[in-house]
Design a protein. Structure first.
Length: 198
């Protein structure tokens, strides 16, 4: 069974690979700005589903296709990728010393059975009370520009996260416990993902 990750995120791929599975990556090309929802949690779910469906429709033969998307929720608003240094600095000025919620939506399609399931995993992230100099130095690395919420815990941003309440893999971009549960819901197991990869 092919296992296809419908995401361009290197962090998601690294998480899955280090957990013993080796997905094939197929980027969906979905226009994320065209998709809307009432809440950040609903939005990541809708985005994950759109990515998985586009990729699944383009494949030949049976496959398990996983779409994911992540957003940081602060004060009810959804914070995606900052994309520019100015936005990243502004984002970190708002986040320092506060707690926000990182939502990761997952949509798993079993093309051989025409079945699918969706799950959103959420974790609270406690941010350090970083200094202006630390913010400037971090933003200057370029790392926060292309990641949800403008931070990482598995890279250069790990210095500035005081703690996580919930599954840390959710914050990286794919919840392993959620994915395992979704597989079971579709009558599949980790073995169908090729676990453990040799």
């Amino acid at each position: 069974m092919r296992f296809v990750l419908a995401s361009a995120s290197p962090a998601r791929l690294a998480t899955l690979t280090s957990a013993g599975v080796e997905p094939e990556v197929v980027v969906s090309g979905v226009d994320e700005d065209a998709i809307t929802a009432a809440t950040p949690a609903e939005l990541v779910s809708a985005l994950a589903r759109a990515k998985a469906e586009v990729v699944a429709q383009a494949l030949d033969g049976p496959a398990l296709v996983l779409g994911c998307d992540s957003l940081l929720e602060l004060d009810g608003g959804a914070l995606g990728k900052p994309r520019t240094p100015a936005v990243a600095v502004e984002r970190w000025q708002a986040l320092r010393g506060r707690t926000a919620v990182l939502h990761t939506g997952h949509h798993l399609i079993d093309t051989s059975a025409s079945r699918a399931t969706t799950h959103t995993a959420s974790a609270q992230v406690r941010f350090a009370d970083v200094t202006a100099a630390e913010i400037d130095a971090y933003v200057a690395t370029g790392e926060p520009l292309g990641v949800a919420g403008g931070f990482t815990i598995d890279g250069l941003g790990g210095w500035f996260v005081d703690g996580i309440d919930g599954d840390p893999h959710t914050v990286v971009g794919v919840s392993l416990p959620a994915l395992r549960g979704m597989l079971a819901e579709l009558g599949r197991s980790l073995a169908d993902l090729g676990y453990p990869a040799r």
